[in-house]
Design a protein. Structure first.
Length: 255
């Protein structure tokens, strides 16, 4: 799927000013936005999801225009067909696992699901192997279980693209390795492109078919894994991000 982003956004708080100028494209189903905290990564995917409105620019996903400032086009988040996994998972603490997952399907208030929707919830819980947690509340779940519930909720509407904000930052190192492999399997099973934002080099090694490097609100470099001609060139590309070979150490520790 082709993702094209060309946006500007300014945030002002007192004397502090942050200017985002995000310009990049990807034709891969696995894209990583990499950079330090505060570099504009989250703001960019929030704009893709429709949670933040740029001042100008254009966003397209799979040939569909989601935002075009010059045309006055700004699709509401609910109509963009975009799934979003928040860094803290953002599960509703007062809802059970079943109701959290089914929440995007709700048609009216008070909250209830139609029979077809209940079947969809049951099927996706079975797919994520969390059926036994259906009546549990978020406070009763482990970090890995919360992530599965949040992923199931994000995928139940069958989005055209899934955006993940630092999806492994709340997990310990051993669980991060396992959940990375699980996320790859989930992506293949649901046939959904992923955009992962991270400052962890290990995520770059696993997910970055296209790597977008952010710094100070700007895109500094866009690299494609499949365009690298030789293993030596591949090592050089990795060295730009994995400057201490952190991903290699994590793989050895998890082996």
């Amino acid at each position: 799927m082709r993702l094209e982003v060309d946006i500007r956004k300014t945030l002002q708080s007192g004397d502090r000013r942050f200017e985002l100028e995000a310009v990049f494209s990807s034709q891969d189903d696995l894209t990583v936005i990499f950079g330090a905290s505060g570099s504009g990564k989250s703001l960019t995917i929030q704009a893709i999801a429709g949670l933040v409105t740029p001042e100008q620019g254009r966003i397209t996903v799979g040939g569909e225009t989601l935002f075009d400032g010059s045309q006055g086009l700004n699709l509401p988040a609910r109509k963009r067909g975009v799934g979003y996994l928040f860094q803290d998972y953002a599960l509703f603490p007062h809802l059970t696992v079943r109701d959290n997952i089914g929440y995007p399907l709700k048609k009216s208030w008070p909250f209830h699901l139609l029979p077809d929707d209940r079947r969809e919830v049951a099927e996706i819980m079975a797919s994520f192997e969390i059926t036994h947690l259906a009546e549990s509340y978020p406070v009763e779940l482990s970090g890995g279980q919360k992530q599965r519930v949040a992923l199931a909720r994000a995928l139940i509407t069958k989005p055209s693209i899934l955006l993940l904000d630092e999806p492994f930052s709340a997990l310990d190192s051993m669980l991060r390795h396992r959940m990375r492999m699980e996320l790859l399997e989930i992506r293949q099973r649901f046939a959904v492109p992923l955009v992962v934002i991270t400052h962890d080099p290990a995520d770059v090694e696993v997910f970055a078919d296209t790597l977008v490097i952010f710094a100070n609100g700007r895109v500094k470099e866009v690299s494609g894994r499949k365009n690298l001609a030789t293993p030596d060139e591949d090592d050089g590309w990795r060295a730009k991000v994995c400057w201490r070979a952190q991903w290699k150490k994590e793989r050895l520790a998890a082996a």
